[in-house]
Design a protein. Structure first.
Length: 140
């Protein structure tokens, strides 16, 4: 039982070290009024998505997602090893919960990737010149 408590505390500490800095930073940067938030989102949408700042933001986001995936995968492997070594039902339950979270996270990443591919496709079609995109029907 003591090992389980220590294990849960270690997992909580790792997650705290991983998530708290980004949570605190997000809270600090959050606007106080919803109209400010709307203006920020509108400004972001109006800016072209192809500049160097957008590429740097995408790279940072992808790095954060990779880091989270590595942490959750390592946690899943650690809980599996702990469940096998301790033969504890509670550690096995914790492992199953971590596995469920990992499956959800991977599904979310796949969905985000599909949405990005779709938006890239729509953006590529919207950049076709009007002369090419225009279709004339000549009926006889």
């Amino acid at each position: 039982m003591n090992n389980l408590i220590i294990f849960v505390l270690v997992i909580a500490a790792v997650w705290g070290l991983f998530l708290l800095p980004s949570l605190i930073e997000a809270r600090r940067e959050a606007p106080l009024m919803s109209t400010q938030r709307y203006d920020e989102v509108s400004a972001r949408l109006s800016i072209s998505q192809s500049g160097p700042q957008a590429a740097a933001a995408r790279a940072a986001t992808n790095a954060r997602r990779r880091r989270a995936l590595v942490v959750v995968g390592t946690l899943a492997l650690g809980t599996l090893v702990a469940a096998v070594l301790t033969s504890s039902v509670w550690v096995l339950v914790a492992h199953l919960l971590v596995d469920a979270f990992l499956a959800w996270y991977v599904a979310m990443l796949v969905q985000l990737r599909r949405q990005q591919q779709h938006s890239n496709l729509v953006r590529a079609h919207s950049q076709v010149p009007a002369e090419i995109a225009e279709v004339r029907v000549i009926a006889g």
